[in-house]
Write a protein that binds this ligand. Structure first.
Ligand SMILES: Cc1cc2nc3c(=O)[nH]c(=O)nc-3n(C[C@H](O)[C@H](O)[C@H](O)COP(=O)(O)OP(=O)(O)OC[C@H]3O[C@@H](n4cnc5c(N)ncnc54)[C@H](O)[C@@H]3O)c2cc1C
Length: 330
């Protein structure tokens, strides 16, 4: 039985053990961590990021439980592989050359657990999608997360990024975060310990995975009113942002006093295109993949926009998007 790149999910019986071992060493065969979970080789990340660009993860796994997550981390430590964490990939620019080592996708770490003793308190799994959480909370009549409905990320990514909109952000309602470090140690960190500021947290500089986060919202509102506010935020976003085209949302953090979009727009960069990447006509802080862009096209365009804004306004824009993997020196 031949093991090939195109036949990764081959069932391996006992007689194939030696060949399976060779395939694993060659980097082609999946390594089972449980009945439903395997570390796979050479997985394309294009469909796993909202920009729809990027190369392959050398190794890739989607754990369904904390135990599978722990075993993934153990495997990486034993093999000396670097580890990268992935949520919904909505704030990432992955290199065309891919990501070396093990990429761990947290999207299946799902949980929505209300604390009956404390109204408004809920623990959410890292993989919970923000829009789904926002609508669920609205139905309960819990206020405080209406702003998150239009952000296509996960709780884990939002906690790391301190995602926010409409003058609200994750840190406003966060109580604590449960994490596991690369050695498998669990730690619960309070919101204060995470040192939140605008789109920034301590978690952006520490190699640990967020497994869940506990929030305190405001219970007791009329569900109809919370749903209306949530819907209002969503329709507002649809009319002001190129929401359905591949992007990472806002590319740059907003400096003071002028927003990044305003500075870029007033450099006449709306519609400016490099390869398959273009500055949005609708919202200048969005870069879009307008068809077959490479990560490199987007990277060059980010660089071009920064340089133009610096020259015209003497303002240095700082990317909000996270770049992962190797990019050429510009
Ligand atoms: C159309 C569009 C609109 C957007 N609008 C907004 C907006 O209004 N406000 C805003 O703040 N953002 C916005 N974003 C950006 C993005 O959705 C947010 O930053 C979101 O919080 C990222 O979550 P994610 O799950 O996609 O994280 P990813 O993009 O997958 O990862 C982001 C970072 O978090 C890390 N990470 C992810 N999950 C984990 C985990 N479980 N443990 C440890 N590290 C982890 C990654 O390694 C990476 O460093 C928008 C994006 C798009 C495409």
């Amino acid at each position: 039985m031949a093991v090939s790149r195109n036949n990764l999910s081959l069932a391996i019986d006992r007689e194939d053990t030696q060949r399976h071992y060779e395939a694993v060493v060659a980097g082609y065969a999946p390594i089972a961590l449980g009945d439903r979970c395997a570390i796979q080789a050479n997985v394309s990340l294009k469909k796993l990021t909202s920009f729809r660009v990027g190369g392959e993860a050398q190794w890739f796994v989607t754990p369904n439980s904390h135990e599978e997550l722990r075993r993934s981390l153990q495997w990486a430590a034993a093999e000396g592989q670097p580890v990268t964490f992935l949520g919904a990939g909505s704030n990432l620019l992955v290199s065309d050359r891919g990501i070396p080592g093990l990429t761990i996708a947290a999207k299946e770490l799902r949980q929505f657990q209300r604390d009956d003793a404390q109204p408004g308190r809920v623990t959410l799994g890292a993989g919970e999608p923000l829009p789904r959480v926002a609508w669920k909370l609205a139905k309960l009549g819990w206020s405080g997360f209406e702003w998150a409905v239009g952000i296509p990320g996960t709780i884990g990514g939002a906690v790391v990024m301190n995602a926010g909109a409409h003058k609200s952000c994750v840190a406003d309602n966060l109580v604590s975060v449960e994490t596991i470090d690369l050695a498998g140690n669990c730690e619960r960190l309070t919101c204060e310990e995470l040192r939140y500021s605008y789109r920034s947290s301590r978690l952006q500089h520490e190699p640990r995975v967020v497994v869940s986060a506990t929030f305190q919202f405001e219970p007791g509102h009329e569900p109809k009113a919370v749903k209306a506010q949530t819907g209002h935020h969503l329709s507002n976003r649809h009319s002001t942002q190129p929401y359905k085209r591949p992007s990472c949302g806002s590319v740059f953090r907003n400096p003071e006093p002028q927003a990044a979009g305003w500075l870029i727009e007033h450099c006449n960069l709306k519609g400016f295109q490099l390869g398959g990447a273009a500055v949005s006509e609708l919202h200048a802080n969005f870069i879009l993949n307008v068809g077959n862009a490479t990560a490199n096209d987007i990277f060059r365009l980010i660089h071009h926009v920064r340089g133009t804004v610096r020259e015209r306004w003497e303002v240095c824009l700082h990317p909000e998007v996270k770049t992962i993997g190797e990019f050429p020196a510009l």
